[in-house]
Design a protein around this ligand. Structure first.
Ligand code: F6P
Length: 354
């Protein structure tokens, strides 16, 4: 099939580097003979509302270094209904859109599958600061967010040192503590608490007390937001148990903005190009992945299942189905390797700050 017209959208939580991905999609498509590229505004909502504009090389100039997304983003409940999806398909047909590149997280990929199943081929690109797409080693925006967090913690440490305080910082990461673990190492945090790895609060408090005994003035603790409603109370308990004045800080959405790092721009460019190449080669329902530094792809349904498995969200019936399909062991091995890599990093953060 000749692709005359394709669409590109960004959906879900925004991530620095999304613009670099949009740019790569547009430039690759036009360079490969695609006649028109539609930039769809506000994710799937924009598709339903027919809110889009043609993009050319000039409209994506000077965006590679910009945070956020020039196409805006949203989470769209309407698209989850059959009526919403049919409306989106009709808009694609009316506009003559032959395929779509959807940039975002797992919700974005579920939408891409729904569209593919209804006759509009889609390819997904993983972009979320959380790095919580289990089919890929890396998601666009992760490094920029970590750099922002490390920078903010360095600043917090200055004031902790002046006042001899402890700071408990909550960072983003609903399902994955990757930002917390990596920035914990990068900033020398005394303790890191994440949802997916058991945390010994008493041991952490004892470590903090000992550090103070050893005359350490500035003390940083990092908690991932996935450890729900934990960080603020933990700060209070540290102060009560140790007598060290302790402050709680939530970095919040500031972590989602900012100039993308080189790593994010390069990965976005590689993934953007790969997505268009796959689409033009007649492939669909794929998510572009980076594994061991290589850009590759995986069927979206499989990627979503791996994700559910990794996040312990799978039901017994789903496990049984995977076993029947003969893919359970392979998926399990993938998740175990990922969990082991994360645990190794977590242990490093603990060992280095004994
Ligand atoms: O994009 C991921 C993420 O930043 C999570 O870490 C966080 O839980 C969520 O998005 C916040 O979403 P919203 O922008 O809807 O508040």
């Amino acid at each position: 099939m000749k692709f005359k017209r394709i669409g590109v959208l960004t959906s879900g939580g925004d991530a620095p580097g999304m613009n670099a991905a949009i740019r790569a999609v547009v430039r690759t498509a036009i360079g490969s003979g695609v006649e028109e590229v539609y930039g769809i505004y506000g994710g799937y909502k924009g598709l339903i509302d027919n809110d889009m504009e043609l993009l050319d090389i000039r409209s994506v100039s000077n965006i590679i270094s910009r945070g956020g997304t020039m196409l805006y983003s949203a989470r769209c409940n309407e698209f989850k209904t059959e009526e919403g999806m049919q409306r989106a398909v009709q808009v694609c047909k009316d506009r003559g859109i032959d395929g779509i590149v959807a940039i975002g997280g797992d919700g974005t990929f579920r939408g891409a599958t729904d569209l593919t199943n209804r006759g509009i081929p889609c390819i997904g690109i993983p972009a979320t600061i959380d790095n919580d797409i289990s089919s890929t080693d890396y998601t666009i925006g992760f490094e920029t967010a970590m750099t922002t967090v490390a920078d903010l913690i360095d600043k917090l440490r200055d004031t902790c040192e002046s006042h001899a305080r402890c700071s408990v910082v909550e960072v983003m990461g609903k399902y994955a503590g990757d930002i917390a673990i990596n920035t914990g190492i990068a900033t020398g945090a005394i303790a890191v608490a994440v949802r997916e790895i058991p945390f010994d609060e008493e041991k952490a408090i004892a470590k903090i007390a000992k550090a103070r005994e050893n005359k350490k003035r500035n003390i940083i603790v990092i908690v991932a937001e996935g450890k729900t409603d934990y960080a603020e109370g933990f700060a209070e308990r540290i102060e009560k148990a140790t007598g060290i004045e302790t402050r709680f800080t939530r970095f919040g959405h500031v972590q989602r903005g900012g100039i993308p790092t080189v790593r994010d721009r390069v990965t976005a460019s590689r993934m953007g190009k790969a997505a268009v190449v796959e689409l033009l080669n007649g492939k669909s329902n794929l998510v572009i992945c980076e594994r061991k530094g290589v850009i590759t792809s995986m069927d979206i349904n499989k990627a979503l299942k791996i994700d559910r498995m990794f996040k312990n969200l799978m039901t017994d019936a789903e496990y049984a189905e995977l076993e029947k399909e003969g893919v359970l062991e392979e998926m399990r091995a993938h998740c175990e390797a990922r969990a082991a890599a994360k645990l190794e990093l977590y242990k490093l953060s603990e060992e280095i700050c004994k």
